[in-house]
Design a protein around this ligand. Structure first.
Ligand code: SF4
Length: 65
């Protein structure tokens, strides 16, 4: 799966960081994240997508190879 955060929409609320701290974190004021986290993080990432008040996170599922 591939994650993309629209930085123009992100309001730095930190919801995604709380829900999926191994995927999203802040470096200073900047949100950084794994672009292609493993499937093990799928549930956390889907929760983070739902929790984002700005709907800034998009998730693209990639078929298994
Ligand atoms: S939950 Fe959404 S608005 Fe909040 S920091 Fe994450 S991407 Fe940004």
């Amino acid at each position: 799966m591939e994650i993309a955060v629209d930085r123009d929409l992100c309001a730095s609320t930190g919801n995604c960081v709380l829900i999926a701290p191994e995927v999203f974190h802040f470096e200073g004021d900047e949100l950084v994240y794994l672009r292609s986290p493993g499937e093990a993080y799928r549930e956390q990432v889907e929760d983070a997508v739902r929790s984002c008040p700005m709907q800034a996170i998009s998730l693209t599922l990639t078929p298994p190879e």
